[in-house]
Design a protein around this ligand. Structure first.
Ligand SMILES: C[S@@+](CC[C@H](N)C(=O)[O-])C[C@H]1O[C@@H](n2cnc3c(N)ncnc32)[C@H](O)[C@@H]1O
Length: 254
């Protein structure tokens, strides 16, 4: 534990404390078979988070939380591994595995340093997991190490523009003003809790992904449907219909 980076220790405590709030969302998403994504529950048919033909593929979810994404992958025939930094989140994931009769490895650890050999996986995915809460200069090269040539990395996270517009105070939604500089954005600590997030500009994501051995295949700016709803207070539907509130990066290992 003491050898973990400081942000990983802080985020472990944060997520162990928050885990109880994520149980019912985990239960709900474990129970559906047609995936939907992010805070607006946008359907898989629009986002295409999953590559075709997952059957028999080795896949890893980086920051799996309650592991509903892993369960969707397992149902599609993938050999899935989930890793998460919070034992409390994994306790929910393990219970849901038992209730749904699925069994795949769930590892308690820091996805910046995954205990698997090089080139173990064909696909790596993260939805608001490692891609938000871990240091991109550690986890992106680690994902590249884990993937085989031609393997894919897909992740969904807050859009860069939203991060610039969201107020630091709790329960306040993004407005139409830029509240912080874009240049230099990296480690973000909100005053309302003790967690540590990481956000990069698009230019820095592109540079990091390419330097780590990826080609970028797509950047999907998510547009919620007209009647979409979210339980999260930091963005309104009106805002998210005008500007990207979430984005999906898709990259392929060279
Ligand atoms: C919001 S949950 C993501 C799971 C799910 N997709 C969701 O949206 O609810 C964020 C998860 O990332 C995990 N996490 C944060 N930092 C991590 C790290 N360095 N390594 C592995 N998991 C991490 C947290 O423990 C937490 O369970």
């Amino acid at each position: 534990m003491n050898r973990l980076p400081e942000h990983v220790r802080r985020n472990r405590a944060h997520w162990d404390q928050l885990a109880a709030n994520y149980v019912s969302a985990g239960e709900h998403r474990w129970a559906i078979d047609v995936p939907n994504w992010g805070i607006w529950s946008v359907p898989e048919s629009e986002v295409r988070m999953f590559p075709d033909n997952l059957a028999g593929k080795d896949v890893i979810e980086l920051g799996c939380g309650t592991a509903y994404v892993s369960s969707w992958l397992a149902h599609r025939g993938a050999r899935v591994v989930g890793i998460d930094n919070s034992e409390q989140q994994l306790t929910t994931a393990r219970r849901l595995q038992r209730e749904h009769g699925l069994d795949f490895p769930l590892i308690h650890g820091n996805a910046e340093a995954v205990p698997y050999p090089d080139a173990s996986f064909d696909f790596a995915i993260s939805e608001y997991g490692v891609c938000l809460w871990a240091d991109p200069y550690r986890w992106v090269p680690e994902a590249a190490r884990l993937l085989r040539p031609g393997g894919r990395l897909h992740f969904l996270v807050n859009a860069f523009l939203l991060t610039l517009c969201v107020p630091a105070e709790d329960d306040c939604a993004a407005g139409d003003r830029l509240l912080r500089p874009a240049f230099g954005i990296y480690r973000v600590e909100w005053p309302t809790d003790d967690s540590v997030e990481f956000h990069l500009s698009h230019g820095n994501w592109i540079a990091l992904l390419r330097r780590s051995g990826f080609e970028i295949e797509d950047l999907v700016e998510i547009r919620p449907g007209a009647d979409a709803k979210t339980t999260y207070p930091f963005v309104t539907l009106e805002w998210a219909r005008q500007w990207p509130s979430e984005e999906v990066w898709k990259a392929r290992k060279r």
